[in-house]
Design a protein around this ligand. Sequence first.
Ligand code: GLN
Length: 476
Amino acid sequence: MNLNELTITQASAGLKSRKFSSVELTQACLNRIAERNEKINAFITVCDELALGEAKKADEMIARGVGGPLTGIPFAVKDAICTAGVRSTGAAKILDNYIAPYDATVIRKIREQGGVLIGKNNCDTFGHGSSNENSMYGPVKNPHDLTKVAGGSSGGSAAAVADNMCIYAIAEDTGGSIRYPASLCGVVGLRPSFGRNSRYGIMPMASSFDTVGPITKSVADTALVMQTMAGSDPKDATSVTAPVPEYSQELTKPIAGLRVGVPQEYFAASGMDKEVADLTKAKISALEKLGCKIVEVSLPYTKYAIAVYYILVPSEDSSNLARLDGIRYGVRASEKDLYDIYCQSRAAGFPEEVKRRILIGTYALSAGYYDAYYKKAAKVRTLIIKDFTEAFKEVDVLITPTSPFPAFGLGEKANDPLALYLADVMVGPAAVAGIPAISVPAGKTKSGLPVGVQIIGSRLNESVVLRVGHALSLRA
Ligand code: GLN
């Protein structure tokens, strides 16, 4: 096995026993990036020199016996997350030259432990998309089939992990952007509960939805990264002070006796691919064999989740993106007058989908329509949360497919924004409710495309989601 193919668990053991060094491990990932990135387009920025320097320091830490499980392990970061001294574009031309003066809190925690930042991943601009075709730096291709999408918006991160260009990645999930590409690329992606991890330094998309979490090659790895990332942060008032469990220990608890809910509404969704449905059912049977009790549940408000999401998210988006005006932040495309600076900079700096969100959001928030759209959607959001609260009185977790279909062709849905919004039908509801959900590989279709299943848990109960995901996962 090449070094870049290792999981965190394997790589960390190898580093500690001095089988190889962090410099060698990092070089193996850099070699893979050099070989494959041109085809896949998973990275906007690769920081070779910085990474090798950090790897050298990590080797010294390991020699001194300090650090943790992420020491010396090369990781990549979605470009919508700020990294000190390394360009952070959010895949938008308006931030083409933006170098953040600080690390996002979650990145700082990993780097302080000796994590090796290897580069910044391509993504849909500011997280807007489900296919990673909305990046101003070109689409990301699926490593399993270069004619297919990698999924979005964190497609670069999922493709980089799946193609062994890094050992793991840190990404952002507002409405599915970690889980969706993880499922299409055949890797593991966790959206933590809203507030579990600090969002300080994450470029905001929709502030009442945004979360930051890991994309990894195994669920055991997810637990290791979460252990370092999670916890309250004085710099993020929405981060929660609840104690952080020992996730790696939680993983090993048996799952027999757990009640697993199968929400009818998800399986009744039109357009579900038969192979996806079959592979999900096989995973449900596997859980039953492992001693779980399978219970059918109903979440009646699920059918409104996508409508609610695509009103509330653009509304928050339109407000958050106002700061990118070529004055406070961003590339200035004109020097004529204030009006011109604003118009030219935003016209050149944002792709079509971002402009669409700003228009939808501004409309939904306008005085005449606020009650009819924003306020109503906010009320239905409460009903969706109640649905889940009721369901979690009956069951410990819910299981659903992550995407209704496997990776689709590049360009296939690119001119139909609504079709892309509907791809989020499985991942949207948990995001609306702010609860944790993981996507784990469930096998492949006959044509070799990965399929993921999603395990959803109650608020702040990442442990049970990881535990069930671990029991189901194909890799150790
Ligand atoms: N598909 C979702 C959207 O476009 C994903 C957003 C996200 O999680 N960043 O809004």
